[in-house]
Write a protein that binds this ligand. Structure first.
Ligand SMILES: Nc1nc(=O)c2c([nH]1)NC[C@@H]1CN(c3ccc(C(=O)N[C@@H](CCC(=O)O)C(=O)O)cc3)CN21
Ligand SMILES: O=c1ccn([C@H]2C[C@H](O)[C@@H](COP(=O)(O)O)O2)c(=O)[nH]1
Length: 283
């Protein structure tokens, strides 16, 4: 929680204003932040200085792992967070590749689970990684990437947290996740949870011990219409101790994640939080 608040304070105190063409808004911006979550110690990085919708965040990452490309599938899993990007952005609504209501196009898991090969065919990057790690193999390139510049024109948004690199030291699994663009009041709440859960759940299904997750953010910003709430409300609050996350131990394989896992398989203990804050969202 301190890492999150330090980043928020750094943006408020040292950020520079940058005009963003896609949203038409100005963002107070800093470049480069490194957050670390010790999953071995159960340090679940949930924001406590406002109510955080952690089930929504977990639903997003499970949807990415399943290769979802449709906001309706994300809703069925428990999050409405892709509705606006799929259905309310004019540039995407007028894109000839959009396949209709709720389509998100070729992004996130739709790329990572089905990565196009220049010589034809596709690769399921996640399955390859899970198979390698389960056999104790780390080929120093166990990278789940959602980043395919050749597909950007076929998606509603480019992936923000676009690369997850897994590493083994003995039987301990590590994760380095990289994020190119970060909406700190809204997106980062979710992204911290997602990096933690990704390491915890991949360790669980590959039979490894989770170690640390390292979360690199390049462009970290606060939109102009979020600044007052962050500076004058959220940053005035004292954080509570971190809660702990329990993942159903019956989840044992990638197939389990693909077929029966729901948000009921995740529980949180000891979550104390301040009043909700409704931050404006930029589509
Ligand atoms: N501007 C922007 N920021 C983001 O964080 C973001 C995008 N766009 N587009 C793609 C995804 C969608 N994500 C989202 C979308 C909405 C919320 C949001 O509205 N959160 C509210 C309510 C969440 C709920 O009720 O489930 C929050 O208070 O956290 C969060 C992350 C993260 N991403
Ligand atoms: O997981 C996510 C997804 C998106 N975001 C934020 C970061 C930016 O504010 C927007 C994306 O806009 P771009 O113009 O494509 O950078 O969404 C996030 O923080 N986390």
């Amino acid at each position: 929680m301190k890492q999150y608040l330090d980043l928020c304070n750094r943006i408020v105190n040292e950020g520079e204003w940058v005009k963003n063409e896609r949203t038409g808004k100005r963002c107070l911006t800093v470049i480069n932040a490194d957050l670390t979550y010790d999953v071995s110690k159960g340090e679940f990085p949930l924001v406590t200085t406002r109510k955080s919708y952690w089930k929504s965040a977990i639903a997003e990452i499970i949807g990415y792992l399943r290769g979802y490309d449709n906001a309706a599938d994300f809703r069925a899993l428990g999050t409405k967070t892709w509705d606006a990007n799929a259905n309310e952005n004019d540039v995407w609504l007028n894109n000839p590749y959009r396949k209709g209501e709720d389509d998100m196009g070729l992004c996130y898991g739709a790329i990572g689970r089905n990565f196009p090969k220049p010589d034809g065919g596709h690769i399921d990057l996640l399955k390859q990684i899970v198979d390698d790690l389960s056999r104790g193999v780390d080929n120093r390139g166990e990278i789940l990437t959602f980043y395919h510049p050749g597909a950007f024109h076929m998606a509603c948004l480019r992936p923000c947290m676009y690369s997850h690199h897994f590493s083994l030291l003995g039987d301990t699994l590590y994760l380095n996740s990289t994020q190119r663009s970060c909406d700190v009041p809204l997106g980062l709440n979710f992204n911290m949870v997602q990096v933690y859960v990704l390491l915890a759940i991949v360790a669980q299904i590959t039979g490894k011990k989770p170690g640390k997750a390292f979360h690199k953010i390049v462009n970290a910003h606060i939109y102009e219409d979020q600044l007052e709430l962050m500076r004058d409300v959220q940053l005035k609050r004292e954080p509570y101790p971190l809660p702990t996350l329990k993942i159903n131990p019956e989840i044992k394989s990638l197939k389990d994640i693909e077929t029966w896992v729901t948000m009921e398989d995740f529980e949180i203990e000891g979550y104390q939080f301040h009043e909700p804050i409704a931050y404006p969202f930029s589509v």
